[in-house]
Design a protein around this ligand. Structure first.
Ligand code: IMP
Length: 197
């Protein structure tokens, strides 16, 4: 049986890899597979809006079922920062190292380390109808970078009830409890239900 395909509106190879492992029943086409090189500006003020902007741009271009995600790390002691600005926390072209360092510096001496990752997914079906899904994982910001796996803020985030940072966990263990895993599960359930109709 040929797998149905879905476009994932992202250039991020790490995320594409995670998403493919999470939805093996679909052939996930990335923007690189489609040779779409444009960077879609994330001009929204919420994660939901940014996910919608990215999915809509790609739906307009290809007219195929597509989903896009936007993720933020929200830190309680920083009133929800970096949130929607997580990718650009230390500046427009900041890399993960610079972003993590800025966050560690901002929390120096802070005892309230509570934080959560949140992912919003916008799915647009072949008819152009949008649906939003959310996933969240609660945890804390560590005082030092720990672990080599994963990407982004993984070395400084530990989920509640876990002993290891996200960057020390296997991809499978992280995906099971992660914000993106949870949002994606909600999308998968929705796709399964839609197939039955
Ligand atoms: P994006 O909106 O998903 O591209 O991500 C926004 C920011 O959050 C980027 O700096 C990412 O590196 C970071 N980020 C997204 N997902 C994760 C994750 O699963 N772990 C750690 N950092 C992440």
């Amino acid at each position: 049986m040929t797998k149905p395909f879905l476009v994932f509106a992202s250039h991020n190879a790490n995320k594409v890899k995670e998403i493919r492992a999470l939805i093996p029943d679909y052939k996930v086409l990335s923007l690189s597979d489609l040779n779409f090189k444009e960077e879609i500006p994330e001009t929204g003020t919420t994660l939901e809006a940014n996910a919608q902007i990215k999915a809509q741009r790609i739906f307009k271009e290809f007219g195929k079922a597509v989903f896009a995600d936007d993720t933020g790390l929200l830190v309680d002691a920083l009133k929800g920062a970096p949130g929607v600005f997580s990718a650009r926390y230390a500046g427009a072209d900041a890399n993960a190292e610079a972003n993590m360092q800025k966050l560690l510096d901002s929390l120096q001496g802070e005892t309230n380390r509570k934080a959560h990752f949140k992912t919003s997914i916008c799915f647009i079906n072949e008819e152009g109808k949008s649906h939003l899904f959310t996933g969240r994982v609660d945890g804390e910001i560590l005082t030092d970078k720990t672990g080599e796996k994963g990407f982004g803020y993984d070395p400084i985030f530990k989920a509640a009830g876990e002993k290891l940072s996200f960057a020390e966990m296997s991809p499978q263990a992280k995906n099971k409890i992660s914000h993106r895993g949870r949002a994606l599960n909600a999308l998968i359930q929705f796709l399964k239900e839609s197939e039955k109709k």
